[in-house]
Design a protein around this ligand. Structure first.
Ligand code: ZN
Length: 264
């Protein structure tokens, strides 16, 4: 690849500053740990952005230069500005990849793109999670064993109220007995979306080698070189420009002088 995939790692960055234990696990923030893992390999250049930066660090310019956005949020979903949510959604529709992590299932960005509440059952007990690779041929599963375990995780249980995914890559089993579809792919507009379940803030999940492999794989899978800004327009094709010659007939709602107009 001639140019690196440009990733922006977005994080709420509140828990790490407010809780001493979490701060010790992630001294550079969850975003810092994720970006470090992505930057460790050739072909990916990751930068970070956080909630308390102006425009949440997601300016038009930053998003215009982002191929894949990763999203971690939990306690401050409501503080994310609607204008930024709309901006991110528009970029996804144009073809920007989006990787939604753990409690990001309740972010405005994810719920909006799913069109559903994205609810689930949960329990914080530091129990073992076993992630089964249920789609071993999928690019997001590349290089992974048949299953891998995270010794300490929060439990998420079904039903997960999201639309049926395009593909299910991982299914998790938890020590307490629940199961969860923990790696799901979607497409919204031209954009690839991957939801990946692990990543509770009190556990060192983003220091795990297999999780790092999943994130790198997901970035490569979600990446598309082209943006499709034209898909954001709804142009009128005038009668005179129809491919085959046609005559206007019948009633119509739009005035003749609207011909060629673009609906926004
Ligand atoms: Zn959590």
């Amino acid at each position: 690849m001639s140019q690196d995939i440009r990733v922006t790692v977005w994080n709420e960055f509140r828990h790490e500053r407010n809780d001493e234990e979490i701060g010790k696990t992630y001294p550079d923030g969850i975003h810092g740990a994720i970006a470090e893992g992505l930057n460790a390999i050739d072909g990916i250049t990751a930068r970070t952005a956080t909630l308390d930066e102006p425009e949440h660090g997601l300016t038009e310019e930053v998003l215009a230069n982002t191929d894949v956005l990763t999203w971690w949020g939990h306690m401050a979903h409501r503080e994310v500005d609607e204008a930024i949510v709309d901006r991110v959604q528009k970029r996804v529709w144009e073809g920007m990849g989006l990787i939604v992590l753990h409690s990001g299932h309740h972010s405005k960005v994810f719920k909006g793109l799913m069109g559903s509440p994205a609810n689930l059952h949960w329990r914080e007990a530091g129990e073992r999670e076993r992630l089964w690779v249920v789609n071993p041929g999928h690019p997001i599963a590349k290089g992974l064993p048949a299953y891998f375990e995270l010794e300490y995780e929060e439990m998420y249980g079904e039903p997960f109220t999201v639309p049926e995914p395009l593909e299910t890559v991982f299914v998790s089993w938890f020590q307490g007995g629940e199961v969860f579809r923990s790696g799901l792919t979607y497409r919204r507009g031209a954009g690839n979306i991957f939801y990946f379940r692990p990543g509770h803030e009190t556990y060192p999940t983003y220091h795990d080698a297999n999780v790092g492999q999943v994130l790198r794989n997901a970035v490569n899978w979600a990446y598309q070189g082209d943006r499709h800004a034209h898909l954001m327009k709804a142009p009128n094709t005038p009668v005179a420009e129809a491919i085959e010659a046609i005559e206007e007939r019948g009633a119509k709602l739009s005035a003749a002088d609207h011909a060629g107009e673009v609906k926004s």
